[in-house]
Ligand binder design. Structure first.
Ligand code: FE2
Length: 170
């Protein structure tokens, strides 16, 4: 049975890998706005779905189950909001324009820093301190949220706000 239930750590790492690959692909499409837009549109939506799924299901569990994770969670939510700023900057610009690329570049810079920090400071302690059963249960919720909000359905890319988030979850 457990083979069919995904560990949330695996799901998050798979998303990270896919984000890295697609940002790298965008670098090769600087001269082809149509092709770049075809990569960026779905990527922007998945960044938002992923960040929101983490905020809904992963970070509350991290705060509950691992001591001393408040600063790390604040950092992560702030990073998610920075990624969202880049996405919104690009969304307000003409695809292929300098401003559009600047928004993508903002999102990428925030995302690059965030993924490395999250893997080291958040995923690693969660993996160490929780059982496979817990990680699979969170994984099911994470996967269901992603299915429900495929292509960003129902999400609005607005800031979560780390202060508000912590007030609600701690
Ligand atoms: Fe994240």
């Amino acid at each position: 049975m457990s083979a069919t239930r995904p560990d949330v750590i695996r799901l998050i790492l798979d998303d990270h890998e896919s984000f890295r690959a697609r940002f790298a692909e965008l670098d090769t499409l600087r001269d082809d706005a149509t092709a770049a837009a075809a990569v960026w549109g779905p990527l922007a939506a998945e960044l938002e779905v992923h960040a929101t799924a983490e905020e809904e299901f992963f970070y509350p569990q991290l705060l509950d189950r691992v001591d001393g994770m408040v600063d790390e969670t604040e950092d992560a939510v702030s990073d998610h909001d920075e990624i969202r700023h880049g996405i919104r900057r690009a969304a307000a610009a003409e695809p292929g324009s300098d401003e559009w690329w600047a928004g993508i570049s903002d999102a990428r810079a925030a995302n690059d820093e965030h993924l490395a920090e999250e893997e080291r400071d958040d995923l690693a302690p969660f993996l160490e301190k929780t059982s496979l059963e817990v990680r699979e249960r969170v994984g099911e919720q994470f996967a269901a949220f992603k299915r429900e909000h495929a292509h960003g359905a129902g999400l609005d890319y607005s800031d979560t706000g780390s202060d508000e988030y912590l007030a609600e979850h701690t």
